[in-house]
Design a protein around this ligand. Structure first.
Ligand code: UDP
Length: 253
């Protein structure tokens, strides 16, 4: 599937057969693949491919806070570093973290913080590094989703996972999981995330225009998509433990 070429936006985002440009139906997700335990030197890690997006997540902690003055005497702190590699997009991205990456790191931290028991880890830090190797729309949602998996892989006590997806409007139709070109050439983009332990939204951003009825429809579409993605997260975690179990029972026989 070709990645987006900047400024070459098609006039229509639906084909004559009613499908989206990448062949999907309106409520269909791009193919998603997740694995955990992929970075040897991290306490926990995960890798995700979501359409053309490719993202690594590595988690370290609880560990000493650097620089020390950031440490909190009554709780641990969570730091998230979302970065896009220079080669992850069509036009070279400047290597230094820009405002967009700082904002996305902040919103992802806001999604992850409610999951953790930071009050049990005074004076320490949890650090989540998110490296976008290939980007094609929805990277903040994909990064949030894979970050939760890496935290779980690190064995950090968590209230639940968090899952994120973007829904949007293209050519006046509501669709799920916007690709890069749909994000840029569409009419609305609404990334959202749900924390499963309380079923609350922990991310809701909005860019574009829609009426209140469409907003309700959006949230209902998002809920269905989020449940589907949550299942893939759970399967990725279970896969690791099934493999360990098989290794152990193989070794005993
Ligand atoms: N993008 C890009 N260059 C940039 C930032 C973003 O080409 O410097 C592309 C990338 O494919 C990204 C998409 O634009 O996924 C949409 O970016 P946005 O800021 O809306 O965040 P995202 O949808 O990835 O969460």
């Amino acid at each position: 599937m070709p990645l987006i070429i900047k400024d070459e936006y098609p006039e229509k985002l639906f084909r004559d057969d009613g499908k989206r440009l990448d062949g999907r139906d309106k409520t269909e997700l791009r193919p998603i693949k997740m694995d955990v335990g992929v970075v040897e030197n991290a306490d926990g890690s995960a890798y995700l491919e979501w359409g053309n997006n490719k993202i690594f997540a590595a988690v370290y902690g609880p560990r000493e806070v650097h620089p020390h003055h950031l440490a909190k005497p009554d709780r641990g702190i969570l730091r998230v570093f979302y970065r896009m590699t220079t080669y992850s997009v069509f036009e070279r991205k400047r290597p230094a973290p820009g405002r967009r990456e700082k904002e996305i790191s902040m919103v992802i931290a806001d999604c992850l913080r409610p999951l953790l028991f930071l009050e049990l880890y005074p004076g320490t830090s949890f650090e989540v590094f998110l490296e976008v190797m290939d980007a094609d729309g929805g990277t903040r949602c994909a990064a949030t989703t894979v970050a939760a998996l890496a935290l779980a892989d690190a064995g950090i006590p968590m209230k639940s996972l968090v899952t994120a997806v973007a829904v949007g409007k293209i050519d006046d139709e509501l669709v799920v999981d916007l690709s890069g070109i749909e994000d840029k050439a569409g009419q609305a983009d609404l990334p959202c995330a749900i924390t499963w332990f309380n079923e609350e939204l922990s991310l809701l951003q909005f860019d574009g225009n829609m009426n209140l009825k469409q907003m309700e429809e959006f949230l209902s579409l998002a809920k269905t998509a989020l449940s589907e993605i949550y299942q893939i997260q759970l399967d990725a975690l279970k896969k690791k433990y099934i493999e360990i179990q098989e290794e152990v029972s193989g070794g005993n026989s």
